[in-house]
Design a binder for this molecule. Sequence first.
Ligand code: C2E
Ligand code: CA
Ligand code: CA
Ligand code: CA
Length: 281
Amino acid sequence: AKHAGRGTYRYYTEALTQAAQSRLQLDGRLRRALERGEFELWYQPLYRLADRHLIGLEALVRLNQPGLPPIGPAEFIPLMEDSGLIVELGTWVTREACRQALAWLDEGLDCGRIAVNLSAAEMRRGQTLARLSQALDDSGLPAARLELEITESGLMEHIDAVEPVLRQMREMGVRLAIDDFGTGYSSLARLRRLPVGKLKIDRSFIADLGGETDPQGAQLVSAMIAMGRGLGLSVLAEGIETEVQARQLIALGCEAGQGYLFGRPAPAAVARQWLSPLPEN
Ligand code: C2E
Ligand code: CA
Ligand code: CA
Ligand code: CA
């Protein structure tokens, strides 16, 4: 038993060392990618459901380096949150999204609102407000064109630090949305007080729609939509993949949506083709 125990111990140590090493390697790769400007923003369209009018684009970060396997944000964002690198990444993402949105507007193309994901870990590290107003000033993008998405779980976990920052962002004219709504246990009282204008219902709930198998799934989505509307918020459903889901969401009173049914995230040059001319005035 003693022998087996020691073997097990060694096995775990080696596994841990390997995990720590590959984290370190990834961390180095991420730092270099930032220095070299190798991150890229892709954009996914957001639509008003009733008439499929484009209301905005969500910027989603990608890392695809030559000669290396591409890695997705779900793999590198948590690591960057731990190491603090998220601050530099977030700064770059915000600046690049503002720059791109203004470039489209200057071309006479209507990109609606540009939505940027903001990590709560990034906000806790401070100076977020200063960097945000700098990004807006430098780009010249009107603040009302920018929407920041903060996940419900990140928000609620750090609510005391984050709430005052959100308030100041709202005062700057930036719009705020709660991302992955339904997964993070907000209290109604809290939601009512927060300066947010939009709820994005997490795609796990939308995946339950459209089958006869789960009538309770539809009830839950219906309740979330009613609650959002009751609070005067606009409600967007994430992860819409089928026409049946889209129709059901319209019937439930959901205003806006996003998902593979309408368009996958794509590079700026592709997203540009989705835009229509700015209305003349
Ligand atoms: P999210 O903010 O919830 O973004 C939506 C994710 O769902 C995206 O994954 C998108 O590609 C995917 N998606 C969109 N429509 C569908 C659909 O119909 N079906 C399915 N199965 N998936 C769909 P992505 O791009 O891999 O991003 C994952 C997460 O990484 C994001 O989730 C967000 O939390 C985070 N993230 C992405 N870019 C950034 C960023 O610039 N900054 C920060 N802090 N986080 C980011
Ligand atoms: Ca998001
Ligand atoms: Ca989301
Ligand atoms: Ca998510």
